[in-house]
Design a protein around this ligand. Sequence first.
Ligand SMILES: C[S@@+](CC[C@H](N)C(=O)[O-])C[C@H]1O[C@@H](n2cnc3c(N)ncnc32)[C@H](O)[C@@H]1O
Length: 225
Amino acid sequence: MVGADRRRAVGGDGGFFDLRIGEYEAHMSPWQAHYQWMAELLPDGIGTLLDIGCGSGLELDAIFERFPSLRVTGIDLSEKMLDRLVQKHGRRALTVIQDDYFSHPFKSAYFDAVVSFQILHHFHVEKKTPLFSKLYASLKPGGIYLECDYAAKTTEIETLCASECERRRLRDGITPGQFVHFDTPLTLEHEIQAMKAAGFEQVEVVGYLPGDNHTPMIKAVKQAG
Ligand SMILES: C[S@@+](CC[C@H](N)C(=O)[O-])C[C@H]1O[C@@H](n2cnc3c(N)ncnc32)[C@H](O)[C@@H]1O
């Protein structure tokens, strides 16, 4: 396919990132080595990949460099981020979907790999486990999910972040369903538990890059056959 296939399901609240598109890629430039690392960890020979919260495609820049013909589906709420992605990679086999990855139905057993980069540190385990179940269902047997994101160092920090977020919600009259841009990462142990509860048979912490001890890469595998 030449030219990005673009689908807009619902508007959603992509406003936060729409407003920041001008400085976004420079702001994320310290993560360059992590994007490369994610691309290197993908198995040889993959044909289809889903990127949830793909944004402007910083991890996809590295992934397309390694797999120029990969069929990629990227989903994001922000129209401006997706515009930038299409500007860079619109001539690839790319489908972009402007929608909420929590509610969007993904194709079943279709993807060889799913990736997410710094998108899930705002959500509680009750939201993550059903999402991980959907990702599991969307993978072919033997498929892998790579996640690179912040983790809380201790359960105390996880609890403190969650309660501070709740305090601010109450203070500002924000309803439970409304998104708040406040970091509430889980510990690695809780993140892994959520992936296993969602069905992933193997989950491993691949590690950290040198000089960074708070952004682990996690690899979860759907058992083959
Ligand atoms: C920190 S950015 C990361 C983007 C990209 N993965 C990267 O590393 O450059 C988070 C992205 O997730 C998107 N996002 C947040 N919540 C979302 C949701 N529920 N569904 C779809 N996209 C979402 C935002 O619009 C934003 O583009």
